[in-house]
Ligand binder design. Structure first.
Ligand code: BDR
Ligand code: CA
Length: 310
């Protein structure tokens, strides 16, 4: 048994993370949503739509925080498109959101799967911080937290210093990194910038593809055509993959401090002696092969395409 609760801000690569988990028939017990890439109405609606498209509308979705703890809300619609899914229309949700708020749901599932639940966080850490504030004990009650966030040894993607999820709610991130987790893994840009669907791979997906692979073709079109990028980064799918198999990355323990305001807001500063397991290297080829196999994307070895991704 490996029950997983995904806290997400769906978001094109959050959608890909859901598809990866379902493609591997992982035990996704619930999704909770948070404002981040886009407004909470859309992150919640998109999560419901993605689950429905993939035949998993029975996975409950709980709406969470509509804004960061302290900072004003600022989306990333320039990356994810106005609807958060790159402008793709992927069909209607076949189920409604559930009644509890996201932090309440996180606490309830942590209790239900006492010691067994893996939390995967692929958005700003607002819901997790609120859950910790309400019940600090969940840090010991869940098996582990795997989060996509931070850039520990390389430049950021929002500013030269900061990665989006940490920048969006640095106060929540501070609280989450400081909590007494059984195990906490941080999957940052240092490794996620090594894993991408390249333009060549995207072109090999047939235009009439359906299901998970059709969704990937549609939600990444904006990245390749409108934004003229050479790669669609698989930030959130890599965090999900590590939650299922830690051997994909090299993990090094650090203490992590977060800069909460000023020019370096969202910067993740490491020092020795902590218990945050930071991903410092990745088996990029191994992960990409698994990702493509799980979703039905034609895999090609496109090292040049990946290194050119920006
Ligand atoms: C992270 O920020 C979001 O835009 C993505 O969904 C991912 O979780 C990458 O910095
Ligand atoms: Ca995300």
């Amino acid at each position: 048994m490996n029950p997983i609760l995904l806290d997400c801000d769906t978001g094109v690569d959050d959608a890909a993370a859901i598809a990866y988990a379902l493609g591997l028939e992982a035990d996704l017990v619930a999704c909770t949503t948070v404002a981040g890439n886009i407004h909470i109405d859309l992150t919640t609606g998109n999560t419901l739509k993605v689950l429905s498209l993939l035949g998993a509308e029975d996975v409950p979705v709980f709406r969470g925080a509509s804004r960061p703890l302290v900072q004003p809300f600022q989306d990333a619609s320039h990356v994810h498109g106005g609807n958060g899914l790159g402008g793709a229309e992927i069909g209607e949700a076949l189920a409604a959101e559930s009644d509890l708020t996201a932090p309440e749901a996180i606490i309830a599932y942590a209790e239900e799967f006492d010691g067994e639940l893996t939390l995967v966080a692929t958005g700003p850490l607002t819901n997790i911080a609120i859950a910790l504030s309400l019940r600090p004990g969940i840090a010991q009650q869940v098996r582990k937290l795997v989060l996509m966030g931070g850039s520990f040894f390389n430049p950021g993607n929002v500013t030269p210093y900061a990665e989006f999820n940490i920048w969006a709610d640095p106060d929540a991130a501070t609280q989450v990194f400081a909590a007494d987790w059984n195990e906490i893994l941080a999957i940052g840009l240092d490794v996620t910038h090594q894993v991408a669907i390249t333009k060549k791979m995207w072109e090999l997906i047939p235009d009439d593809a359906e299901g998970a692979v059709g969704m990937m073709k549609a939600i990444s079109e904006r990245t390749f055509v409108t934004r003229v990028r050479s790669g669609f980064f698989l930030h959130d799918p890599l965090a999900m993959a590590v939650a299922l198999d830690e051997s994909l990355v090299t993990l090094t323990p650090y203490a992590v401090d977060v800069v909460v305001d000023g020019e370096e807001r969202g910067r993740t500063v490491v020092s020795d002696g902590g218990n945050v397991l930071v991903a410092t290297a990745v088996d990029a080829t191994g992960f990409l092969q698994r990702f493509c196999a799980a979703l039905g994307i034609p895999y090609i070895d496109d090292v040049d395409g990946i290194s050119a991704a920006e």
